[in-house]
Design a protein around this ligand. Structure first.
Ligand code: ADP
Ligand code: ADP
Length: 228
């Protein structure tokens, strides 16, 4: 579903941020990218939806080399959730979640039904929250909206870059549990970035450990615990 083949990234200033990384993620799987700040996690994510170009190697989404695809088309099939949430403050919750369906030209009714379904899926009652604005929600609720927005257009791939990093421990644990529950239902291909090993062990089907741009180990949580 998502495949990296010897992917490298050198920034224009010559900095070699990602070095020869290979991995595969299937649908229904969560791959966790873990490592200290600056090891290349965000760079790896941004290459998947072509926010930045990779320098060498191949990235395949559903068997297709991403450089052969229109970046806009590609991004409509990839949900992206980031720590800074990225909700549009002047859009209602409904319009934030309906953004990609809108861009895809869905009918009003189909879009509205989908937005309600997604809000319910992440535990927010659409009757209460659809017409509110982001600042009228708590941080945890906003992050739920971020997840709902990423799922709304039914993308095959979801990229989550420290999505729960800014939340208090209790909300964070709730959202981790919900993500696992959600994944049972939606079976997406998920790449989840964190620097927290506890979170990685809880969420990952596979964990890829990055250090200075290199992938030093990729294993199941069980294997990681046995051979750290
Ligand atoms: P992480 O997400 O693991 O914290 P990043 O992927 O953001 O790491 O960054 C990896 C390395 O690449 C860091 O050393 C960072 O400073 C560097 N880097 C990120 N963006 C750029 C850029 N636009 N130009 C040059 N170096 C960059
Ligand atoms: P993140 O890890 O979420 O990308 P950063 O704070 O590392 O956040 O980077 C913020 C922005 O600055 C990004 O667009 C990144 O590409 C860029 N950046 C990071 N490090 C460098 C660097 N050493 N040189 C130039 N740009 C950089």
């Amino acid at each position: 579903m998502l495949k990296f083949e010897q992917v490298s990234k050198t920034y224009p200033n010559g900095y070699h941020a990602v070095k020869n990384i290979s991995f595969e993620v299937d649908s229904g799987e969560i791959l966790v990218l873990i490592g200290p700040s600056g090891c290349g996690k965000t760079t790896s994510m941004k290459m998947i939806n072509r926010l930045i170009p990779h320098t060498s190697g191949k990235i395949y989404v559903q068997g297709k080399d991403i450089t052969q695809e229109n970046p806009v088309t590609l991004r409509k099939n990839i949900g992206y959730v980031i720590q800074q949430i990225g909700l549009f403050p002047h859009y209602t919750i409904e319009d934030n979640v309906g953004l990609i369906p809108e861009l895809k030209g869905w009918s009003r009714d189909k879009k509205k039904a989908r937005v309600s379904e997604m809000l319910r899926l992440v535990g927010l009652d659409p009757e209460i929250y659809a017409k509110r604005y982001p600042k009228q929600l708590s941080g945890g609720q906003q992050q739920r909206v971020g997840v709902a927005r990423a799922l709304a257009a039914d993308p095959d791939i979801i990229l989550m870059d420290e999505p729960f990093g800014a939340l208090d421990p209790i909300t964070r644990e709730q959202l981790q549990d919900e993500l696992l529950r959600l994944q049972q239902e939606v079976k997406k291909t998920i790449v989840f970035v964190t620097h927290d090993m506890e979170e990685a062990l809880k969420l990952g089907d596979k964990i890829a450990i990055l250090r200075d741009g290199e992938l030093v180990q990729i294993d199941t949580p069980e294997q990681i615990l046995c051979h750290p």
